[in-house]
Design a binder for this molecule. Structure first.
Ligand code: HAM
Length: 523
């Protein structure tokens, strides 16, 4: 389907409508504590410090937006590439650029390490599934199913039949389907699985809320022991602690099961019935479709009603009460701090008993870094035998933002070990440079060279800027003698310093070509 014509070139950047330049320039300048007479150069410098702007703006919108806003007004490419609107990334869909990747790598490596430490094994399920899988498990009355799924008809087969498919909005349904489909219930139980996958929800993009996001999730299937509930919460706690995050609050509740929850729902409806006229429109709808979600309303007008509402923990049946008490006991043994929140309910219908969220309070606004809970009836909804399960999904983008907010620095990328420079622009010297770089890379040495037949001076400048600890020089003498000259140690390049001067100032060593790898590894 053709896209509508772009409206006056206005681009929504991660949910932030592009504002009039004047207002925004001054706001950004203020936020960045820059003088009002600032030039474009300083503004672009500010764009490279989004954390600062973000902090100054008190988390008004996604950290990634600041650079995007400045860049969209002023352009950061030398020629100001005016990209047509229809080729830009979709609203709420993010490019995860190399600078962001160091945070992602830290999150992924920590996730894998901690999940495997707790005995979870990786699973990836398809991104696309039959729509009915999500409708059945997540629940017809949920926002996710009613408003947020990316669903479409597949192409028809030869008989003209087609399926309705949905881009995975959450990970649990697919994992439980795979558990049933591949007979994982025959394995020793529990089967403990984890994933790091993209999810798609047609939500209104805003800070920490995107249309494509990624979740690190864990699911433990086939075990109802409350020690597993505590294990999965302890795993998450260790994950955040190991990442270096502080001030994370764990909220815990039990929402009962099919035995005790219906009576509570009736009690809740009795409480809300006389108050409905004063409730927001969404709550009027929730009252009919999903009464438990009444407790999750964010409208200020409904907060007092929520606070005074009957609490589900007071209506738990004996087995649910015992289960909840045991979860808390095991959490205490794990030494995991938590807060009981009797109003915590989750947005998806499949939860039973234990539910939890981890919230970050850093930077002012509270935001769920992850959510999870038990879903003992989910497998049955898909035609399986009764199979208890518990899990969580943690938002990678939100964790990455939190790391930045708290100033946690990811490990630096592996530095460049060597940069190969060839002195004259002859085919023989260039071939020798390519041979050397191939030799280094085969030996696992991170090396780079200059392309595009730049002058010797330009290559030296590049080599210097690359941060490589060794610069490998190949000139006519080196070629004839089958050796290379290595200059060691880093020195900041200044415009006035000619390449010769730079070389002269550094320690230089001549090394035979076939001893080069050995030499660099020995340094
Ligand atoms: P959820 O609470 O809908 O639960 O999502 C889990 C986490 O994913 C959230 O806490 C948040 O960090 C992140 N998240 C959700 N939506 C977005 C979004 N639009 N943009 C950015 N991040 C987002 C589930 O999805 C359940 N499947 C979790 C689970 C697994 N329960 C049991 N097992």
């Amino acid at each position: 389907m053709a896209k509508p014509a772009p409206t006056t070139g206005m681009k929504e950047s991660l949910g932030v409508a592009k504002p009039a330049p004047t207002t925004w320039t001054s706001k950004l300048l203020q936020a960045a504590k820059l003088p009002p007479t600032i030039g474009m150069k300083e503004l672009l410098q500010a764009a490279s410090r989004p954390e600062e702007l973000h902090k100054a703006f008190a988390s008004d919108f996604p950290i990634e937006s600041y650079s995007a806003i400045i860049v969209s007004h002023y352009g950061n490419t030398p020629k100001d590439y005016n990209m047509p609107e229809q080729y830009r990334a979709l609203q709420g869909f993010n490019d995860i650029l190399p600078d962001e990747q160091s945070y992602w790598r830290l999150i992924e490596n920590t996730a894998v390490q901690v999940a495997e430490l707790y005995g979870y094994r990786r699973i990836e399920t398809p991104m696309l599934e039959e729509t009915s899988l999500f409708r059945r498990t997540t629940g017809e009355g949920t926002d996710l199913v009613e408003k947020e799924m990316y669903s479409f008809d597949d192409r028809p087969d030869k008989e003209g039949k087609y399926d309705n498919l949905t881009l995975r909005p959450e990970g649990t349904a697919g994992v439980v389907r795979a558990y049933l489909e591949h007979g994982l219930f025959k394995w020793p139980q529990p089967v403990k699985l984890y994933y790091i996958s993209a999810m798609f929800r047609h939500e209104k993009p805003q800070a920490g809320r995107y249309r494509e996001h990624h979740q690190f999730g864990c699911e433990a299937l086939g075990e109802s022991d409350p020690a597993i509930d505590a294990e999965i919460i302890a795993l998450l706690y260790q994950f955040y602690t190991q990442l270096g995050l502080k001030g994370i609050r764990i909220e815990l509740n039990s929402i009962g099961d099919q035995n005790c929850r219906p009576a509570y729902i009736e009690r809740l409806k009795d409480y809300y019935r006389p108050l409905l006229d004063e409730c927001c429109d969404d709550c009027k709808m929730r009252f009919v479709k999903n009464p438990l979600r009444l407790l999750d309303c964010k409208e200020p007008q409904d907060q007092a009603k929520i606070a005074a509402a009957p609490k589900i923990v007071d209506y738990l049946c004996e087995p649910c009460r015992e289960h909840f008490a045991a979860v808390q006991r095991f959490l205490n043994i794990y030494d995991v701090p938590y807060t009981l929140n009797p109003l915590l309910v989750r947005g998806l219908d499949y939860y039973t008993r234990t539910v939890f969220e981890f919230l970050s309070a850093a930077g002012g606004r509270t935001e769920a870094l992850n959510g999870g809970g038990r879903y003992d009836g989910l497998a049955e909804l898909l035609g399986g035998a009764p199979t208890p399960g518990i899990g969580f999904g943690a938002g990678v983008e939100r964790i990455s933002r939190e790391l930045k907010k708290q100033g946690v620095k990811p490990p630096a990328e592996e530095p460049l070990r060597a940069f190969v420079v060839y002195f004259e622009r002859t085919p023989e010297l260039k071939d020798a440079a390519v041979q050397v770089i191939a030799q280094l890379r085969r030996a696992g040495i991170k090396a780079e060279m200059s392309y595009g037949d730049r002058s010797r001076k330009a290559q030296m400048k590049q080599a210097n800027a690359s941060g490589a600890s060794s610069i490998i020089l190949i000139g006519e003498d080196e070629l004839a003698g089958n050796f290379v000259t290595i200059t060691e140690g880093r020195k900041t390049w200044t415009k006035d310093l000619p390449a010769e001067g730079l070389e002269a100032e550094r320690k230089q060593v001549k090394v035979e070509r076939d001893k080069l790898v050995e030499y660099l590894k020995g340094l």
